[in-house]
Design a protein around this ligand. Structure first.
Ligand code: ADP
Ligand code: MG
Length: 698
């Protein structure tokens, strides 16, 4: 889709290669730390400062401190050939001498940088070695004329291996030089009350911190940029939601017959939380406004049956319903759970994933179009144009954190005023719910079905692998079933897959045919076979899996969960994985294997998991330990990642941004006033192009 990004922003959305000094080699490194566009460098804000203003005489320079010294270059002492001795350069002033030390120093370069007999400004940490002052690899060595470039408070940016601070600093200065003057989008009264600078001034100030205090989250310049980011987030959510709301919904009221039959057939009674959530959902369905509701329930809280009951209400009303899952395995599993229940009451349910092909696919598609299929389950394949519903009135999106806001609306577009229920097992803290969903209605399953058994969670050093393997072997001999999860991250996918395969081979060598392997690179049929074998009686008893088993897979007689390199997982993800066991009335054991040594934070995080099974406590603690940006392994969870705002520190600003966004939408929903026009630019600046697209042109 094209973007109508205003021309004034073009320089900021140019590639970083348009900046001086960023060639093909460096571009990869800059992209890794910041991003591919100039604007990403603006958002790459300092994490610290180095104060280089201290400029004593050499004789007074205290060891251990950063100092900027004005010296005369006295002599070079290159090391003898092939020796490991560093290259030394002696410098000094009238009060004393200091030796500059360069390991593997390039003599030609150093002679050019430090000509004997000339004055130079050097800056770095002063050290004492054998009673003499020295400086190892000075950070700066420049002619006297450039002293002001060095003698200042220098911002310190997060770096990556191979990227020098100087190169990054230069690129950021160049990016700042491209920052245009933009019309103010904040409410003038609010701006004045906060005593914040303009956007442009704020950016400059953030990248030129005068002291440590300038790094504080509530420093005016930082707070201003954080608010801008939060406002763009809240406004975008508000606009997208407005669009969804504006299209009229329809009243769906069933006669309750199908629901009654299912309820009678279930081997259990619904929990109070499930009944409450259903009442809220039925009320939304019955109303004329379109439903957009989030069903939040910890793993194992019983969301599937809630989804089924809601879909049945739509079927009773004579319409179709769809359930969308993030992976084929989950879609298949939902189908297998719901198929017997539905068939027994004469409701036709089908599954449509990428693997249903040819004639079978065409037949299902025809029946969907004719309305003969009542409930359709699938993955994102449901988005495809070929899927043409007869009358889709209700859509459920499971584990939706993998789907973007836009995708959600796309599915809803398949029907006429389709009601949407979004289900998530991610125990999102309140603050994050707001940033991810705006003011969406929320139902919570805050009560677990009875019969859930506690899981004994232990942290174990990976070095004790052999003991663990024999423990699993004993459990398997007694008929137990275990998941064995290996980490898999995209960046090191090949290595990770190899590690998982190696673990599989190893376990198979020890336990024989009782081990199965499943990972994302396998063919659908192979995945099915592995899952099938693990689910059935007499099949595999150990399932080695990369995280593809993910959330949602239900094998009630599995009681053991081993997670390798637990330190590499997000807490929420670990919690979800652990939720796979302790079902079916049997208590479970979860072994979190970690590679030592763990950092303090990593240890504290895993300990939270060991000490509680409450998903919300885990999420809140994770947020506290890690701050907003990385919470819950945000990358996996698809929650918005903020570059400037920190939800721990800027929680109040988030509330203010939400209120402001509401007011804006109430007064100027199409962003047509002068402030509205400026807000459009804000949305583009933070790449909320989708949200601007919901507006009428203007
Ligand atoms: P999730 O919320 O993680 O999707 P599921 O819907 O998969 O949870 O439910 C987990 C298990 O709990 C399933 O085996 C389901 O049959 C069972 N279950 C759901 N509701 C109840 C209930 N009210 N009482 C007892 N068991 C239930
Ligand atoms: Mg589920």
């Amino acid at each position: 889709m094209t973007t109508l990004r205003p021309p004034v922003l073009f320089p900021l959305f140019a590639k970083v290669t348009t900046l001086p000094g960023i060639g093909p080699r460096l571009v990869k490194l800059v992209e890794r730390v910041a991003g591919e566009n100039v604007v990403n460098l603006l958002w790459h804000i300092p994490a610290g400062v180095l104060d280089r203003r201290f400029s004593p005489k050499v004789g007074d320079a205290p060891p251990g401190k950063i100092a900027t010294l004005v010296v005369e270059v006295l002599a070079h002492a290159p090391p003898p050939p092939r020796s490991k001795v560093p290259y030394r350069v002696t410098c000094g002033d009238d009060t004393g001498k200091i030796t500059l030390v360069f390991f593997r120093g390039d003599g030609d370069y150093l002679e050019r940088m430090l000509p004997v007999g000339e004055s130079r400004v050097i800056s770095g940490k002063v050290e004492l070695f054998d009673g003499r002052r020295q400086m190892t690899h000075p950070d700066h060595m420049v002619p006297l004329a450039q002293i002001d470039d060095v003698k200042r408070v220098e911002p310190v940016y997060p770096l990556t291996e191979g990227l020098s601070p100087k190169v990054l600093d230069k690129a950021i200065r160049a990016a700042l030089a491209k920052v245009p003057e933009l019309a103010e989008w904040l409410d003038p009264a609010y701006l004045a009350r906060q005593k914040w600078p303009s956007w442009r001034e704020a950016l400059r100030a953030v990248h030129a911190p005068g002291d440590e205090d300038a790094l504080l989250a509530m420093h005016p310049a930082r707070a201003r940029l954080a608010f801008d980011e939060l406002l763009s987030n809240q406004l975008a959510l508000g606009l997208v939601r407005l669009k969804a709301r504006v299209r009229r919904g329809r009243s769906l009221v069933g006669n309750g017959i199908l629901r009654g039959k299912v309820k009678a057939a279930l081997p259990y009674a619904l929990t109070g939380a499930q009944s409450r959530a259903l009442e809220e959902i039925f009320a939304d369905m019955a109303s004329e406004t379109r439903m957009l509701r989030l069903l939040q329930g910890d793993v194992g809280s019983g969301k599937t049956i809630v989804a089924l009951m809601a879909m049945l209400a739509a079927v009773e009303a004579g319409s179709q319903a769809a359930l969308m899952a993030p992976t084929e395995i989950l879609a298949q599993q939902h189908f297998e759970t719901l198929h017997p229940l539905c068939t027994a009451i004469g409701v036709r349910v089908e599954v449509l994933t990428g693997r249903v092909k040819g004639a079978a696919r065409n037949a299902i598609l025809e029946d969907i179009a004719a309305g003969a299929v009542n409930i359709l389950i699938g993955t994102h394949a449901l988005f495809q144009k070929e899927v043409d519903f007869h009358d889709l009135a209700f859509a459920v999106i499971d584990e939706q954190h993998r789907f973007g806001v836009h995708q959600r609306l796309e599915l809803a577009d398949k029907g006429d005023g389709t009601d949407v229920l979004v289900m998530t097992a991610t125990p999102i803290p309140r603050t994050l719910t707001l940033t991810a969903y705006g003011d969406m209605d929320v139902s919570r399953l805050d009560e677990k079905p009875p019969g859930r058994m506690p899981v004994d969670t232990r942290l174990i050093n990976l070095e004790r692998l052999d003991e663990i393997v024999s423990g699993i072997q004993r459990a398997v001999a007694k008929g137990g079933k275990a998941y064995w999860v290996c980490p898999l991250v995209e960046e090191s996918e090949v290595i990770d897959l190899a590690a998982a395969e190696e673990r599989y081979t190893h376990l198979k060598a020890v336990m024989g045919a009782k081990v199965a392997l499943i990972h994302g690179k396998m063919k659908p049929a192979e995945k099915d076979a592995a899952m099938e074998s693990f689910t059935s009686q007499g099949g595999a008893q150990v399932l080695v899996a990369t995280t593809v088993i993910e959330v949602g897979v239900d094998v009630p007689d599995a009681t053991i969960m081993v997670i390798e390199h637990a330190e590499r997982f997000g807490l929420a993800q670990l919690h979800q994985l652990r939720g796979r066991i302790g079902r079916g009335g049997k208590s479970g054991t979860c072994l979190l294997l970690y590679a030592a040594p763990l950092t303090q934070t990593a240890k504290a995080r895993l300990e939270i998991l060991r000490d509680t099974e409450d998903g919300f406590v885990i999420a809140e603690e994770d947020l506290r330990l890690r701050g907003g940006g990385e919470v819950l392994g945000t990358r996996q969870s698809g929650l918005p990642e903020f570059k400037l705002a920190n939800l721990m520190a800027h929680g109040d600003l988030l509330a203010a941004a939400r209120d402001d966004a509401k007011l804006i939408i109430a007064r100027d929903a199409n962003l047509e006033t002068p402030r509205g026009q400026a807000l459009r630019t804000l949305l583009y600046l933070f790449e909320q192009d989708d949200a601007v697209r919901t507006l009428r042109s203007g």
